[in-house]
Write a protein that binds this ligand. Structure first.
Ligand SMILES: O=C(O)[C@H](CS(=O)(=O)O)OP(=O)(O)O
Length: 236
């Protein structure tokens, strides 16, 4: 058996060893859900940036640029952080540079892991199957919200701990608590997570369709990983 643990915020990542592990970065609302949607619908690859201005400069190099802060499209950026914007395949073949409030910061802080995967509910089972072939310890890195715990990333962590229980043991309180929460509430993610602070924040921006997408299970048989150049790529 391999081990699985959960880090509830990028502010706590220094408490965890990354080396030798598969780190699954998760930002359900909305960064990692958007990355999976973009790659599933034809975007060729995604270069994540923690810094807004560094991301903006990629437009001169032919990249589509996606920038979001506090839930809103950053001024001058072509794309915000909406997964549904990619579902029609309008950006097929493009390279995307992307920066978001929480998600791309968590990717940046995961460097040093043996492998970094991008987690979302729409590709949960594909990620589970991929991890089970690897026989490595797993750390789930929740992006949270501005350094704080959030319900949606933690519930995804519980779903992953539960789905991997035949191959990965959890012996720390956070992972066990989230597995229990998912067992109790996972049958109706939408109703449980409607109370999440981040869902309410996004509802105020009138983007319920994004929330619905982010909470839909297993739409894609696509694994998203960070490759040797630091790009996010889809692997079928
Ligand atoms: O756009 C989002 O969903 C959030 C913005 S915020 O957390 O509401 O400010 O960004 P993300 O990096 O996807 O958490």
């Amino acid at each position: 058996m391999n081990k699985i643990e959960v880090c509830f915020s990028p502010e706590l990542i220094h408490l965890h060893e990354l080396r030798g592990k598969i780190v699954v970065v998760v930002d359900i609302f909305r960064a990692t859900s958007t990355m999976v949607a973009a790659l599933a619908h034809g975007v060729r690859e995604i270069l994540p940036f923690a810094d807004l201005e560094a991301c903006r400069k990629m437009q001169d190099k032919g990249f589509l640029i996606g920038g979001e802060r506090n839930g809103l499209t950053a001024p001058g950026f072509e794309m915000g952080n909406s997964p549904v914007a990619y579902l029609q395949g309008n950006y097929s073949g493009r390279k995307l540079a992307m920066t978001t409030t929480n998600g791309t910061q968590a990717i940046e802080k995961s460097r040093g892991a043996q492998e970094i995967l991008i987690g979302s509910f729409p590709n949960l089972q594909a990620t589970v199957t991929y991890i089970q072939k690897k026989e490595k310890d797993v750390l789930i890195h929740c992006a949270g919200w501005k350094g704080r715990f959030n319900l949606e990333d933690s519930l995804y962590a519980g779903a992953l701990v539960k789905s991997l229980e035949s191959t990965h043991y959890a012996d720390e309180d956070g992972a066990l608590a989230m597995k229990s929460l998912f067992e109790k509430e996972g049958h109706d993610l939408k109703s449980y997570l409607s109370q999440a602070s981040h869902a309410k924040r996004l509802q105020n921006h009138g983007i319920e369709s994004d929330i619905d997408f982010c909470l839909t299970l297993d739409l894609y048989e696509l694994v998203v990983k960070v490759d040797g150049r630091g790009f996010l790529v889809g692997v079928k």
